[in-house]
Design a protein. Structure first.
Lengths: 270, 287
């Protein structure tokens, strides 16, 4: 299949997804990403609707993390550049201030990374406080609300003064989610948030994602096909830096349009 | 089969013997390392204890043979000199180290790193001569300020390189976490990265301060020394090390003993510094 055909097909599927939601929360048009001279993303056209969960699957090195990182400009931190258009609520992300964009678009990483020198309480409030808010009264309230939303409150409410690194891996990851929620973003990006966790912690994170999509737009990169099927409304398949297929999750996993997608989700390659 | 088993047995015993010989050798090296330290402590304590009393801390130096002589001016002088050195050397060292680790992966960073290493190898007496040329000569007289600047130059390489190494040990994921929370780069560096590396940096500061506290050569032609009470940074200032040098080489047994006491006090000051740093940097959380 030629490149042109792929593109038109993708656009078609994109339209199906967009039909549900008129204005996409995040929209990529002809998005290319480079690391030095290496092209990591090829002309990605991708709309992400508001308050939905979009899963991105694909083999390692297919560009899914690069795409995710470019949404809140974290690709810059690892030395990437992008061309084309990438918008949040219609506004160009690359023309906005990176700091402001990251306050609107939070990110949860693969490996839980709470700050070990801070207490659980301070971990949750770190982003809020270091963003220049010092209203002491609010802090406890925000911490409790964020931890409740991250389904961690009951487990840590008696040890808020303990180090953020003193809890289990699964709890640390939920602490990182709480920390992200605390600055009240609109979008949460998750880069394989459960791949370093045991099955029980994974299940908790997945339940959490289901709850969070009431308030947030969520984009999740995952290597776990079942996880994508369980948590997402629509799924995108990336391969070799290209968006191969993007459609409703149910359709994607029952009757994928592309041979490559079918091969990948049935485990025939990748 | 039989033969193979025998070879294995042989190699087993050889391995055991080599292992215990190597272990004994490294143990021996460890003992040799601590012998000088024990000797230093033994001599400074046994010889310095004679004059270690309140008078030594609160009285001024007196003529030979007069009882109740002290080194109050030198103790305060040493503290002021280290204070000046630290006030200049600590911020410069920490900021340079931060620059090198966070932004220094370029030609300029390489140059700074190289020059810092060169600086740490320069004999302290040379640093003293430089401080003499750039501070003492223009000001037309010896001063504590000149001494402090010389000490700062000696501290900077240690603090810079320790800071750089310690910051490099902070996982990249903490920086990413901070940036992804919408925290500005400078705040992430200062309040997350430096805070995580703080304990190691404090050790570097302590090493720098201790080294500076023990320097004599660069003070001889900068702070010079002073037999009187003076806390002005623009005047010559007494210091324990210069007193040790003068008193230990003087032909009076009385003064020789006081030199030992001064040495003991210097060690005490550094130990107290060390203790204070341990308490300050003791965090609730292990990193």
């Amino acid at each position: 299949m030629s490149n042109e055909e792929v593109k038109s097909q993708v656009t078609l599927n994109t339209e199906v997804a967009v039909a549900v939601q008129k204005v996409p929360k995040i929209s990529a048009k002809n998005l290319c990403a480079y690391f030095g001279k290496v092209k990591a993303l090829h002309d990605i056209n991708f709309d992400i609707p508001e308050k939905k969960v979009v899963a991105i699957i694909g083999p390692s090195g297919c560009g899914k993390s690069t795409f995710l990182r470019s949404i809140n400009r974290m690709h810059e931190v690892v030395g990437g550049t992008i061309t084309g258009s990438l918008t949040l609520d219609g506004e160009e992300i690359m023309k906005s201030d990176a700091v402001m964009i990251r306050r609107k678009i939070g990110m949860v990483f693969q490996k839980p990374n709470p700050f070990p020198t801070m207490s659980i309480f301070n971990n949750v409030i770190a982003g809020y406080k270091l963003n220049g808010h010092h209203n002491k009264k609010n802090l406890a309230e925000i911490v409790e609300k964020s931890l409740r939303q991250a389904a961690l409150w009951d487990e840590v409410k008696d040890k808020l003064n303990k180090s953020g690194a003193d809890i289990s891996g699964g709890q640390q990851q939920r602490l990182c989610i709480a920390r992200t929620i605390a600055i009240n973003p609109e979008v949460i990006l998750m880069d394989e948030p459960a791949s370093a966790l045991d099955p029980i912690s994974t299940a908790k994170i997945e339940e959490l994602i289901f709850e969070l999509k009431k308030d947030y737009t969520i984009v999740i990169v995952t290597h776990n096909m079942q996880q994508a099927a369980r948590v997402s409304d629509s799924t995108a398949f990336f391969y070799m830096g290209q968006l191969i297929e993007y459609s409703e999750t149910k359709k994607m996993f029952t009757s994928p349009e592309k041979k490559q997608t079918e091969d990948y989700i049935t485990g025939r390659f990748g | 089969m039989e033969k193979r088993l025998e070879i294995n047995k042989l190699s087993f015993y050889r391995r055991k013997i080599v292992n215990s010989v190597m272990l004994s050798l490294s143990l021996l090296a460890a003992v040799i390392t601590i012998i000088p330290l024990i000797l230093i402590f033994y001599y400074t304590i046994s010889k310095g204890i004679t004059y270690l009393n309140l008078d030594f801390f609160i009285h001024m130096p007196k003529p030979v043979g007069e009882p109740g002589s002290g080194m109050a001016n030198a103790i305060v002088g040493t503290l002021i000199l280290i204070g000046i050195g630290g006030a200049i050397g600590i911020p410069v060292g920490i900021l340079t180290g931060t620059y090198l680790s966070e932004f220094g992966n370029n030609k300029f960073g390489f140059l700074v790193r190289f020059l810092t290493d060169v600086l740490s190898g320069i004999p302290s007496i040379v640093v003293g001569v430089v401080a003499y040329t750039i501070v003492v000569i223009p000001m037309r007289h010896f001063s504590a300020l000149a001494g402090g600047i010389a000490l700062a130059i000696l501290m900077i390489p240690t603090i810079t390189r320790t800071t750089e190494e310690m910051i490099r040990l902070v996982p990249h994921s903490f920086r990413e976490a901070g940036l992804a929370l919408g925290i500005q780069k400078w705040k992430t560096t200062l309040l997350i990265v430096l805070r995580t590396a703080w304990k190691g940096i404090a050790t570097g500061i302590l090493l720098g301060l201790s080294r500076a506290a023990g320097e004599t050569a660069p003070l001889l032609f900068t702070a010079l020394g002073n037999r009187f009470w003076s806390t002005s940074v623009f005047q010559p200032m007494a210091s324990l090390t210069v007193y040790i040098y003068n008193y230990a080489t003087a032909p009076f047994e009385d003064w020789n003993k006081q030199a030992w006491t001064a040495a003991l006090v210097l060690i005490l000051i550094i130990s107290i510094f060390s203790l204070i740093f341990r308490i300050i940097t003791r965090s609730k959380y292990k990193v």
